[in-house]
Design a binder for this molecule. Structure first.
Ligand code: ATP
Ligand code: MG
Length: 662
């Protein structure tokens, strides 16, 4: 029987412990954000290894981002289990493919695609499709979706039609671009990311000896963020498993944010159908965030429509009280960014470390104004999304330069030598003003810091040692930490947490994003993204939006529809913008029809907007439309109070004064 592992299991609550110590076999943890899913599987791996149930090198854990994988490896090391693999699907497949490739394909060499859009551009040109940057991006996205969904070019038109996909060109034309892209790529002996998974799957499915060797080597599989696994990743997972069932999955259907990319929470929710004997654990305690943040998260996800059965979990905060989430509205994006930079500065001054602060946005284009504002405020930052540190051009250049410097470099202190070499690839003394140049500089500086670390731990470390260390890290996809405020898209923030989080640009049209409008399924995915964002914060959460794009533009925007009902009643920004009323709890009834009265104006008149009255026609129309929309959204009879000022403004056809700086 297993020895007791007090130090390991004391850090888990009873449910987490049940999942961590379940016997080998199928295990499923279904739980909300911050409940300790990732912690539980990390402890499970450590427990199984340390109690002798499985050898560390027989474990393969897959997770979503390189950073999450790196954090899992760090945690495993801290738990005394250094040998277990934690990787992204792609990194795991890449490694396996390198190993098996010669046996499967012979000595044919291949390379990874760099500059995918350029290839898609060539294909689009040959196939007679549009080649504008937006079209190419959409085409690339569509090809990715098809490959992740296991749909080939021939089947694409029928599948796209059946699923009513919003295609950038006619489905037949997209299929032609897809076909041509594959051909160009194959002719040039290039593989894209999805090919890594496709080829690895094929190697396992079609080569018995490869499958046998692989399955002999890996015996225990763990998948984090299982709600966002695509059919292609699923097929690979099945090829890994064969007919075995030693699989632990954890996920939160409410955090499905890649269904546009082909992912589906169904395998998570139907896990017990596939493995009826599975141990299923649900977690409710939220250990990450203050009860104030948890309450907001519950409201956000509580308003979601069409949640599948099994995904209705309510988070219960475990941490001490903190500050309430703060809301702020600004004239334009630059004002918003400048205000965020000021708040960041206050946090830094109060002793919060820069790496514990994140600014999260919906689309990467929003990053720039924040990069500028942080640069102006002299605050270091790093942009996430491009996770693959060792694939960065300047890092590859730096490694090449270091390699040639290492071949018999004079002895002497390591750090000045590294600095000298890196100066040759663009490391200046002073950081550049911002943007991409600053990011490159930060990446190079991170290498210098690694060298400092090495020099501090290994006496007489040489450039050769340093190159060895870098190569090891590159193989393990273990990027150095770049100290700075994180700027990241909501997608890239999944699974991560910070002490302070700024959710910015929460305007309708950005979140939910414009093209989701009118598509209920897409709007719900946007809402889940918002939930992911809210639940990244441990302590401080700021939510903000701007009424105009850029700087000093016309105020044409309004705050995200997801914020209605969240902004506290007494908050200046809670005042109703432009005729959109807010819901409260009055229960007055219409004298004429006994229907609920939803506005103070109705209450004053004792008549509802549905009854004939002397109310202004336009106002009536707006009230009616609003009532329908709002009641549908809440799925309950809704009641409303307008503030008098807002009512007057609506009646007089004026915009309401809803500006507020917090
Ligand atoms: P997400 O859905 O966002 O990926 P998660 O469910 O994976 O979240 P974790 O990241 O594992 O959650 O845990 C969230 C935070 O709570 C971490 O800081 C973790 O260390 C902490 N935590 C989890 N379980 C416990 C526990 N039993 N006691 C104390 N802290 C815990
Ligand atoms: Mg997690």
């Amino acid at each position: 029987s297993a020895p007791r592992q007090p130090d390991l299991l004391d850090g888990l609550d009873p449910e987490q412990r049940a999942a961590a110590t379940a016997p080998r076999g199928p295990v499923c943890v279904l739980a909300g954000a911050g409940t300790g899913k990732t912690r539980t599987i990390t402890h499970r791996i450590a427990y199984l290894v340390r109690s002798g149930h499985v050898a560390a090198n027989q474990v393969l854990a897959v997770t979503f981002t390189a950073r999450a994988a790196g954090e899992m490896r760090t945690r495993l090391r801290a738990l005394g289990v250094p040998g277990a693999q934690a990787r992204t699907f792609h990194a795991a497949a890449l490694r396996q493919l390198r190993y098996f490739w010669p046996r499967v394909v012979g000595d044919r060499q291949w390379d990874l695609v760099e500059g995918k859009l350029r290839l898609v551009g060539q294909a689009a040109h040959r196939a007679g499709a549009g080649t504008e940057p937006e079209v190419l991006r959409d085409l690339a996205g569509e090809i990715e979706w098809a490959k992740a969904s296991l749909v080939g070019p021939d089947d694409y038109p029928a599948v796209a039609a059946r699923l009513r996909r919003d295609t950038p060109e006619s489905p037949e034309r997209v299929a032609e671009v897809y076909r041509t892209y594959e051909k160009i790529k194959n002719d040039a002996r290039l593989l894209d990311f999805d090919d890594l998974l496709l080829h690895t799957t094929a190697a396992l499915e079609e080569h018995g000896a490869v499958a046998t060797e692989f399955r002999d080597r890996y015996r225990c599989f763990v998948v984090d963020e299982y709600q966002d696994v695509t059919p292609l990743q699923h097929r690979l997972l099945d090829a890994w498993l064969g007919d075995r069932d030693d699989l632990t999955v954890v996920g939160d259907a409410n955090q499905t944010i890649y269904s546009f990319g082909g992912a589906s929470p169904r395998p998570l929710l139907e896990f017990t159908r596939r493995f009826p004997e599975a141990v299923v654990v649900r977690l409710e305690r939220d250990y990450r965030s203050t009860p104030q943040v948890v309450e907001l998260a519950n409201k956000v996800i509580g308003a979601a429509r069409g949640r599948p059965a099994g995904s209705r979990l309510r988070l219960v905060g475990q941490r001490p009280d903190g500050a309430p989430p703060r809301f702020a509205e600004y004239d334009d994006e630059s004002t918003e960014a400048a205000a965020v930079a000021r708040r960041v500065r206050e946090l830094l001054d109060a002793g919060v470390s820069a790496s514990e602060i994140a600014v999260l946005f919906r689309v990467n284009a929003q990053s720039e104004v924040y990069e500028q504002a942080l640069t102006e405020a002299d605050i270091p930052y790093l942009v996430r999304g491009g996770e693959r540190f060792f694939d960065r051009r300047e890092v590859r250049q730096a490694m090449a330069a270091l390699r040639s410097a290492a071949a018999d470099a004079p002895a002497g202190p390591l750090v000045p030598q590294v600095r000298r070499v890196l100066a040759g690839v663009g490391l200046t003394d002073q950081p550049p003003a911002g943007g991409a140049a600053r990011e490159r500089w930060d990446a190079l500086l991170a290498l210098v810091e690694l060298a400092e670390e090495l020099a501090g731990t290994v006496d007489g470390a040489t450039v050769g040692h340093f190159v060895g260390e870098l190569e090891q890290r590159a193989a393990a996809q273990h990027p150095p930490t770049v100290e700075g405020v994180t700027l990241a898209s909501l997608h890239a923030a999944k699974g991560l947490e910070w002490e302070a989080v700024f959710l910015v640009g929460l305007a309708d049209g950005t979140l939910p994003i414009q093209h989701a409008d009118g598509d209920d399924v897409a709007v719900e995915e946007e809402r889940r993204l918002f939930y992911v964002g809210v639940t990244r914060a441990r302590e401080h959460l700021w939510l903000s939006w701007a009424l105009a794009r850029g700087s000093g533009g016309r105020r044409t925007r309004r705050r995200s529809r997801f914020l209605y009902g969240l902004v506290p009643e007494d908050h200046p920004a809670a005042r109703v913008p432009r005729g959109l009323p807010k819901a409260t709890g009055t229960k007055a009834r219409c004298r004429a029809c006994n229907g609920p009265l939803m506005a103070t104006l109705e209450i004053k008149l004792g008549r509802c907007a549905s009854c004939p009255s002397n109310l202004d026609e336009d106002l009536l129309e707006r009230l009616r439309a609003w009532r329908v929309e709002r009641a549908r959204e809440l799925r309950v009879p809704a009641y409303v109070v307008f503030t008098d000022a807002t009512l007057m403004a609506i009646a007089e056809q004026r915009p309401t004064d809803d500006r507020a700086l917090v």
